[in-house]
Write a protein that binds this ligand. Sequence first.
Ligand code: ZN
Length: 249
Amino acid sequence: MLPVFDAHIHYSQPDWEAVPPARVLAIFDQAGVRRALVSSTPDDGTLKLYEAAPQRIVPVLRPYRSREDMANWHSDPAVQTYLETRLTRGLYKGIGEFHLAATHVEAPVVQRCAELAVQHGLFLHAHVDDVTVEKLLQRYPQVRILWAHAGMSASAAVVGQLLERFSPLWVELSLRTDVAPGGTLDPAWQAVFVRYPDRFLVGTDTWVTSRWDQVVTGMHFVRGWLGQLPRDVAEQIAYRNGERLLGSP
Ligand SMILES: [Zn+2]
């Protein structure tokens, strides 16, 4: 089974009792997930998983102390303090996953996150649309951005154009079942994967507890379309790009 680096896992408060760390690791084993990029609301969930399996968990610091922070994190000084304090642990490889509208690209906490990313060599995991990701890449050209869900609805052509223009852009494909409708790899996506094989990652997105039941089937679906690509392209997208973006354990 092709090992997978899952670039979009959350382990937020409702998950902690329902899916204890040992169960998470058993799910990863069954799904063939070798390592996972994890962020959580609040961040303590990420630390719980990291303690259970430091070789397998890549901690990413989410700017949400609770779900209420989703709307205004970009301009809340208390969120900035939370991030700065937690980053002193030196564990994290990125900041995110966060949501942001194009109008807030220059908000104070976003600017500070970009500074911290440069200072600590972190990437930003951004759940934003194509207009906003372009603004982020233009405004903060030194910062690597992992684009969650490829913008959720951006077409393969738009994704390809952005990858061509912006070398710090990486794209993660969680929830994008349109990559392979009915299991057959879409020709437009296939073309962009073959053209930029070193810029894509796959992921699940356990944004609610019920998603933990779908990690295994989701990765089965992903392996199905990866298997329709040349082996070296499939291996890069499955896990080699994750190791390159984040470093080996
Ligand atoms: Zn997410």
